[in-house]
Design a protein around this ligand. Sequence first.
Ligand code: NAD
Length: 488
Amino acid sequence: MKKNEKALVIIFGGTGDLAQRKLYPSIFQLYKKGYLKENFAVIGTARRPWTDEYYREVVKDSIDGMYDEQNVATEFASHFYYQSHNVTDTNHYKTLQALAQSLDEKYQIEGNRLFYLAMSPRFFGTICDHLKSQQIMTETGYNRVIVEKPFGRDLASATELNDEISKSFPEEDVFRIDHYLGKEMVQNIAALRFGNSIFNSMWNNRYISNIQVTLSEALGVEERAGYYETAGALRDMIQNHVLQIVALLTMSAPVSFTDTDIRNAKINALKCLKIYSPEEVKENFVRGQYGPGNGLLGYREEAQTAEDSMTETFVAGKLMVNTMDMAGVPIYVRTGKRMKTKATRIDVVFKQVPNNVFEDSDLRHDVLTINVDPEPSLSLQLNSKTIGQGFDFDTHHLNLDYKLSPEQRAAVPEAYEKLILDAMQGRASNFAHWKELQCSWKFVDAIRQAWDQNVDQVAFPNYDCASMGPKASDDLLAKDGNHWEFNC
Ligand code: NAD
């Protein structure tokens, strides 16, 4: 892959949590691996009156433990510049323009600019307007913008946000980040499906019984309760991460493995997502909120939450993607906080053989399990004969765990590292297209509206901390004669 990228990265929200925990370490990894060498600079902007020297110390702190030699960190940090900047003040953009211009010349960057909006979306519109009106966007190189989640809180607000951004940036230059798309095993879904004829030929309603996607977190809302109260698990996890994974699992084969073709395939899958009526929401979606248990506080007892809060911290649902190949295959999804374990896992459950010639033996479903987090691995559950006399069956697993050495593990790029390099190199397939968001918001809005009318008459809290969610989540699958394969 091409090395020594020429890029000026301008981070709005340079003093924030995301920048310090994710962005600086990721940019440092790109530097250590040679994707960034001499021809890059980073401008961090935020309101605080920091100096370059202080900012560089903050950057070095954020990469603490990632380097052996002090001079590597010092050399890296010397590429960082700080500008105290209020995003609503036009004069500050004039200073930013001059700084960007001088760094472009100093590091021979040739006009490539990557704007990272690591701050509240309510500022995206004014930042994008100013970037254009104050000529911080260049004529000579690329101008790309990375935007963070949440991208709206419903279709109407997401449309408004998109309209604001698109006044300055065409769709191909807008990189909406979804860090799940940067995860190795999420990227592996397409490799498995379209690189192996055994899966490619069987990935349809003739052979698949159901698909299950679990994104479980062991932590509660922590210090994000203020935001979470206004969002909930449906907006925070289902609308973006879960539906992006569903799109990858259900899309038809792209014409080629290019950005446009992959995104078109995903858009088509999401367009086929069945939108539910309120009555169907009641049938197909379950919401939950954790109560106290196992020595942990319930959601309503956490700081910054209302004592009668109706915010959901758990969602399970049955989705139908009505493409020719996937119609009739239930896609069960669930996500929640304060669950038993932290994991991201996909189970593809295949149908049983149409005629069991081994009449005396109970054959199980074949199941392909893709473990995304915490450890990447694959497993294929099969029926096979027990070794020895007679003809008895046992369930066996073909396992692929990548057994990474500490050095290999250290070399695996973090999601943000992959995605920042993708954006620098103009690869958009691991970012959500606006049309994907339109479909996913439409789907989510229908559920939200039904819940706001309380169609399911749910009472919170309804699951214990450190459990796998409310019983209704198990019942959802049991109604169809299925069960969660992942039940730790
Ligand atoms: P944060 O509150 O820690 O940082 C916000 C930054 O914006 C700070 O640098 C602050 O100085 C700056 N800022 C605020 N108002 C400003 C103004 N008027 N002018 C200039 N700068 C201003 O937030 P964060 O956790 O870093 O999150 C940033 C964005 O990333 C949010 O949209 C959040 O939803 C998203 N996000 C964060 C995380 C995470 O792990 N922190 C994960 C996913 C998404």
